[in-house]
Design a protein around this ligand. Structure first.
Ligand code: PA5
Length: 439
């Protein structure tokens, strides 16, 4: 078995000359590694896995043990880069029905990634009367969505269990020195972890932002980071292959990349990937639009569009080697559904044939296909995948000619929202937006 994730692009680039792009990719890699490009003050993630130290793992594991020992639920509060990495890894490694099964650790819940009133009501209803803890994650400390959720659950926890229990079981992950959350944590005496200055949100899953919730969920954060180190210290051929291929396709008019998986537990990996690539590359009216599908589920909904719609997309299939468990399809005497021809086979065999059949059909239909293989879903290979996608994103962004490490566009909605909410200091914007709405 190959011990690394692999990129196979032979079904994407049939007959396409990529030598010039290879040179561009090598230059982009050099820009990234030498720190000479735009956004070079946000490159702390580049050598983060290999510089992670034992003391930090121990501290995180101790905090996780504290929360696991006293709490039935732990609410991880954060949005965007302060949410999706932990969510993706925990969902990838968990029993699909963990929410409905008894477990010997706390259930990890996520709040602060939306402003859904009913969502928050239902979570309050779930944790009320139960011992719970909070991991509040925000680099700025002033993001509206997690700010609202933290106010609500801090208040509930203090009223329900008292200030001392809350102090022991609220942990803040935030900027080392600045920001409202740093100030609050220091006033209240919470344990804290630092989001390094030079690591942006969407590149932060291998910092305490991701590692603490993942450890609380009971997973092996050392193996996750060790997997990332394997790619960090590798030869970058797979990284280059992916960055070159997707840029070659973009130049040929393939403006949408659909990340497809045939493994339900990887759904949130695609959500994390969409933020990573969308927020990094969508700038200056450029960038590949990252979309995702879960197959075979979405073959019965989006399959038609991919096979036969506008030819502006390419597909990247995340292909998993081994499942964790085996389920055999039984034989049936009457065979009314006509499935006896696969009786005795395991379910994943059928899934693999669906995957191959789909890839061939899509390539035939004019949808170039990149294949990314991972041997199985565990901490090690998820660590590899995360670092692979991060590095390829940096290279690809520089190839595209954008700064992959800022996100100026995300401020536009906030300005309008604050104006509409009449936030102090936004009076002029409030008047302007009212005038616009009344026209
Ligand atoms: O990638 C990013 O920078 C964003 O997604 C942020 O992580 C997100 O907006 C949350 O910001 P903060 O951690 O400051 O609350």
């Amino acid at each position: 078995m190959n011990e690394r994730i692999q990129v196979i692009s032979k079904y994407a680039l049939q007959g396409v000359e990529t030598q010039a792009l290879r040179e561009l990719a090598l230059a982009a890699k050099q820009t990234l590694e030498s720190g000479s490009g735009a956004g070079n003050d946000f490159l702390g993630w580049l050598h983060l896995p290999s510089s992670s130290d034992a003391a930090q793992f121990e501290a995180i594991e101790q905090s996780a043990a504290q929360l696991r020992s006293e709490c039935e639920y732990v609410i991880s509060i954060g949005i965007g880069g302060s949410y999706l990495g932990a969510k993706a890894v925990i969902e990838s490694l968990s029993d699909h029905f963990a929410a409905y099964k008894a477990s010997n650790g706390p259930k990890v819940l996520f709040a602060g990634s939306n402003i859904g009133e009913d969502y928050l009501y239902d979570m309050i209803d779930l944790v009320r009367g139960h011992k719970f803890g909070i991991i509040v994650i925000s680099k700025s400390g002033t993001t509206t969505e997690p700010g609202i959720a933290f106010r609500i659950f801090k208040d509930l926890l203090e009223k329900q269990e008292g200030k001392e229990f809350a102090r022991r079981n609220i942990i803040a992950v935030t900027d080392a020195r600045r920001g409202a959350l740093r100030q609050l944590a220091s006033d209240e005496g919470y344990a804290t972890y630092v989001i390094p200055d030079d690591v942006g949100g969407r590149f932060s899953v291998l910092t305490p932002v991701g590692l603490l919730p993942i450890a609380v969920a009971g997973f092996d954060i050392r193996a996750l980071v060790a997997g990332a180190v394997e790619i960090e210290q590798g030869d970058d051929e797979q990284v280059l292959e992916y960055a070159i291929t997707r840029n070659a396709l973009y130049q040929k008019g393939k403006k949408i990349e659909v990340l497809a998986n045939f493994t339900p537990r990887l759904h949130y990996i695609a959500e994390w990937w969409k933020q990573l690539y969308g927020e990094s590359e969508g700038k200056g009216h450029k960038g590949i639009f990252p979309a995702s599908v879960d197959f075979t589920t979405d073959l019965h909904s989006m399959g038609q569009m991919i096979q036969d719609g506008e030819r502006t997309l390419f597909e990247t299939v995340l292909s998993v080697g081994d499942q964790q468990h085996e389920v055999i399809i039984p034989s049936d005497e009457k065979d009314l559904d006509g499935l006896n021809y696969i009786a005795g086979k395991n379910v994943d065999y059928v899934n693999k044939m669906a995957e191959l059949g789909t890839r061939l059909a899509h390539v035939d239909g004019g949808v170039p296909n990149i294949l990314i293989t991972m041997p199985t879903v565990n901490e090690r290979y998820l660590g590899q995948l995360i670092y692979f996608f991060e590095k390829a994103c940096g290279v690809s962004g520089y190839m595209l000619g954008v700064n992959p490490f800022d996100q100026p566009g995300v401020e536009a909605y906030k300005k309008n929202m604050f104006a509409l909410l009449e936030k102090p200091g936004h009076e002029e914007a409030t008047a302007a937006i009212r005038a616009k709405l009344n026209n």
